[in-house]
Write a protein that binds this ligand. Structure first.
Ligand code: NA7
Length: 544
């Protein structure tokens, strides 16, 4: 046996990194096993040009160290992948986290040894590790989805996936580049790839709703205001539905504008006259449509917003045929995670960019030289998959987890993920998930969600050790009740509209059960529920 720490953690993204810090501080020995060659998780793998976070960096940052908050400078309001990865590396150095991490180590087996009440982890290289506790910090978007397209193996050019982008520079200069997928990754990458490639072919199956991102440089006075107010900001995050504070720096020159948007969120789009609505989009941009509550719950309001959106896109794309192809038709705003872009629509006005609508002219096959649709052969040097992830459950299932009586997690989850609070599964004692299905996870600021989960798990382990408990797992009825609640609160929102096919629902992966996986009831309500369970002696769990 290679090693036997108190806790084994799978994954060295932001969750695994914080787990090392937190568990060490409470006197536990910990070891992280990570497939990549360094820390960063999502931000380690997603190095594609244009990759960027959709949460402001001053908020998408750890809260556990006031010193760290004070010393780190964010160059932009919404950071690029390179800056977030730099931050991850800084945190790893500053707190000496790598000492307890083993890289280039992919976990391929997670098995409960019932007689010893231990978990045994097996790596791809055949190494084995054992621990009483396992924390799966494997991320929500960490298993790239690469659809099996006909003829894919025959392509002789270079094949890339946005979620597995090489560390080395990819030279696209003068090349014929094809990209499949127009989700968040595609939308971020396309304007940058267009600048680099000789010609870019965008193969679009489903048009996307995307609104312009905030592209401001960080101003020192704004950053300083955050630094001066961080304790209050962190408290505000804890009270906010999405784990994002509503802190508005006095120094921000957009204060008035955002206050306007905030006020709008209290209102309903249906209450405005058509002229007022148009005026709003003209003065405050497409993102203003997202601030109305009724857009997310009332199909009529949603239709109004969708039409305003389409009108605006027609104004941005020069060729009306291309504009028509770019317009979402059969689903509404708010069904999928909102995409933010930098010059996405304007990119289609370039002569060296071609939009190929795969609904109009379906993909026939990949060939040695490129991609053939029902009416054309596209010659390509490079083919990029921006086809997303097997989200939320993919990494947990891929790790081949087996619990009591050898039952696999894949079997337990064959009709969809069943877990309690997205933290634990019945039949898998002492195994915890960070931001697992049924927790707010991807609907929350991930850093806030991660810290809350790791703290809860740390406190739970401390409680067990202090009170002589050897195992914890949820009761089956707690799981059932929680899953029913997760489903109930998602009903009636645009997320679960019959026309909606998103990765939140598992709808992007063939054969995956259609279940709404994240908890939409809001972070504060969820956190209180976790705290109450702990305060009541881990109510809903069986402790032995
Ligand atoms: P997404 O949002 O799942 O988007 C994947 C895109 O790939 C989407 O446009 C898909 O079209 C397309 N796709 C997937 N399979 C195919 C096939 N077989 N043929 C053609 N097109 C295909 O993933 P992203 O990586 O962009 O974003 C994921 C999250 O990461 C994002 O929400 C942020 O939170 C960060 P489809 O819609 O399935 O027709």
């Amino acid at each position: 046996m290679a090693d036997s720490p108190n806790v084994l953690v799978v994954g060295a993204g932001f969750a695994g990194m914080y787990a090392v810090y937190r568990f060490r501080r409470q006197g536990l020995t910990v070891k992280v096993l990570e497939a990549g060659s360094d820390v960063g998780g999502t931000w380690y793998w997603n190095r594609y040009p244009g990759a960027r976070c959709d949460v402001p960096s001053l908020e998408y940052s750890y809260s556990f160290s006031p010193e760290l908050e004070q010393e780190w400078d964010w160059p932009e309001v919404f950071s690029a992948q390179t800056d977030i990865l730099r931050y991850a590396n800084h945190v790893a150095d500053r707190f000496d986290l790598r000492r307890d991490m083993q890289f280039n180590t992919r976990v391929v087996g997670v098995e409960y040894r019932q007689d010893e009440n231990l978990w045994r982890l097996t790596t791809e290289q055949g190494e084995q590790f054992e621990a009483a506790f396992v924390v799966m910090a494997t991320g929500c978007l960490s298993v790239p989805n690469k659809p099996e397209l006909p003829g894919a193996d025959s392509f002789v050019g270079e094949v890339l996936h946005t979620g597995l982008w090489p560390k080395e520079h990819v030279d696209l200069a003068g090349k014929q580049v094809g990209i499949i997928g127009t989700g968040s990754s595609g939308v971020q990458a396309i304007p940058e790839l267009a600048k680099q490639a000789g010609h870019l072919y965008v193969f679009q199956r489903t048009p996307v709703y995307t609104v312009p991102a905030n592209r401001k440089q960080m101003r020192n006075d704004v950053q300083q205001e955050f630094r001066d107010s961080y304790r209050e900001i962190r408290r505000m995050q804890q009270r906010n539905q999405g784990g994002i504070s509503t802190f508005r720096p006095l120094q921000s020159d957009r204060r008035w504008q955002r206050e306007g948007v905030d006020r709008a969120s209290e209102k309903q789009i249906l209450k405005l006259t058509p002229g007022q609505r148009r005026n709003l989009v003209a003065t405050q941009g497409l993102a203003s449509l997202l601030a109305f509550r009724d857009v997310y719950t009332d199909p009529e309001a949603n239709d109004v917003a969708n039409e305003l959106y389409r009108e605006a896109v027609r104004g941005m794309v020069a060729d009306p045929v291309v504009a028509a192809r770019l317009l979402p038709k059969d689903y509404g705003l708010g069904c999928k995670r909102q995409v933010l872009d930098r010059d996405y629509y304007a990119t289609f006005n370039r002569d060296d960019v071609t939009l190929v609508d795969l609904q109009e002219t379906p993909l026939d096959t990949i060939t040695a030289q490129g991609l053939r649709t029902s009416d054309m052969q596209y010659e390509l040097d490079v083919l990029i998959y921006a086809t997303g992830f097997d989200a939320m459950t993919g990494a947990l299932l891929k790790a081949n987890v087996r619990g009591r009586d050898g039952r696999s997690l894949a079997d337990k989850w064959r009709y969809g993920p069943v877990a309690y609070l997205g933290l634990q599964m019945q039949g898998f004692p002492n195994l915890f998930t960070v931001t697992g299905p049924g927790s707010p996870s991807v609907l929350c600021n991930m850093l806030v969600a991660i810290e809350q989960h790791v703290n809860w798990i740390g406190d739970c382990i401390a409680h067990m050790r202090n009170n002589g408990f050897k195992s914890i797992e949820p009761l089956a009825e707690s799981e059932d009740e929680w899953i029913a609640h997760v489903n109930e609160v998602a009903q009636g929102t645009m997320y679960t509209a019959p026309s909606c096919n998103s990765w939140y629902l598992g709808a992007n992966i063939a054969g995956k059960p259609r279940i709404f996986m994240p908890y939409v009831g809001g972070y504060p309500r969820y956190r209180e529920r976790c705290e109450r369970a702990a305060a009541n002696g881990y109510e809903g769990f069986a402790l032995q």
